[in-house]
Design a protein around this ligand. Structure first.
Ligand code: GLN
Length: 288
């Protein structure tokens, strides 16, 4: 631990932020590498005369910040860590950095399945870092969850994240494309969830470089109209869900109505487009 005065730290922090970047990314750097959490930062403003304890020196932190600004590489990849809900998750460029708007998926599930003691059987298709499945496995300790991904490297990260976040053993990981690793769950799922790649071709080409140059295309690109994977997931979902089982999908800001029509076509009922915190129809849900 390195001791540094709040005054010196504040001057340094101001200098770093004046070079560019945003407060949130800087907070991730300070927390993950510097060992200074957001609540530590709040204490600083109350006690400007005091001292701080850093895990790494300012020079090292500055070198990472400079690399982030120079290459537009997401700070989460440079730190190898991100925060999502109450989880601290490992990330690498093999997995999408879980987005804050996706956090709401857990609240949607909690609204549908009110009893935390429920013995839910759930599957997540395309788990990436494992964020959604891990949060669900923790929220429903008696559930049995399966999380799939087409990429073995992603599954290794997800498995590590599960082991780091939990002492439970109610979540398993399988490698494969969408429903294909889930043959043995046919007709058994209470719930299936996916935040699949849904970015349409034109939009993908124009994504900001911090996304396009660093995050895995396989986790973002949804074909010509963005709906290639969503279509496949919806079409096969009725085979895997049990009667009254729910499908919850995340979609692009303007896909809600089309996804709703796809669900209707595939005999889903109780269909709803759920807004994210910015008022965007980000999730579409239906019951079979
Ligand atoms: N929400 C992500 C983004 O805007 C996309 C995630 C996805 O395709 N599933 O970058």
């Amino acid at each position: 631990m390195l001791r540094i005065s709040v005054e010196e730290f504040s001057i340094w922090k101001k200098k770093q932020l004046s070079k560019g970047g945003d407060q949130q990314s800087f907070a991730v750097l300070l927390d993950c590498i510097g060992g200074i959490s957001t609540s530590d930062l709040q204490l600083i403003s109350i006690n400007p005369e005091g001292n701080l304890h850093l895990k790494q020196d300012l020079e090292f932190l500055e070198s990472i910040w400079n690399e982030h600004l120079l290459k537009s590489c997401p700070i989460q990849y440079l730190c190898g860590i991100t925060f999502w809900r109450d989880l601290k998750l490992k990330v690498s460029n093999k997995v999408l950095i879980p987005r804050p708007e996706t956090e709401l998926i857990i609240d949607i599930v909690c609204n549908l399945f009110k009893k935390k003691s429920d013995k839910l059987i759930f599957a997540e298709l395309g788990t990436g870092s494992g964020a959604i499945s891990i949060a669900l496995a923790l929220a429903y300790p008696f559930s049995e969850g399966v999380a799939t991904d087409i990429d073995q490297d992603a599954l290794e990260i997800a498995t590590k994240n599960y082991l780091n976040s939990s002492k439970q053993s109610n979540l398993k990981f399988y490698c494969g494309n969408w429903w294909s690793p889930l043959e043995s769950f046919k007709g058994k799922l209470d719930l299936a969830i996916s935040n699949p790649p849904y970015i349409p071709k034109d939009t993908y080409e124009k994504l900001p470089k911090e996304v396009k140059n660093f995050e895995p295309k396989v986790a973002l690109f949804g074909g010509e109209d963005g709906l290639k994977h969503i279509r496949e997931i919806i079409q096969k979902a009725p085979l895997f869900l049990k009667e009254k089982g729910w499908l919850i999908l995340e979609n692009h800001f303007d896909q809600g109505e089309t996804v709703k029509q796809l669900l209707i076509k595939n005999k889903f009922t109780s269909i709803e487009i759920v807004n994210d915190l910015s008022g965007i129809g980000r999730f579409t849900i239906g019951k079979i």
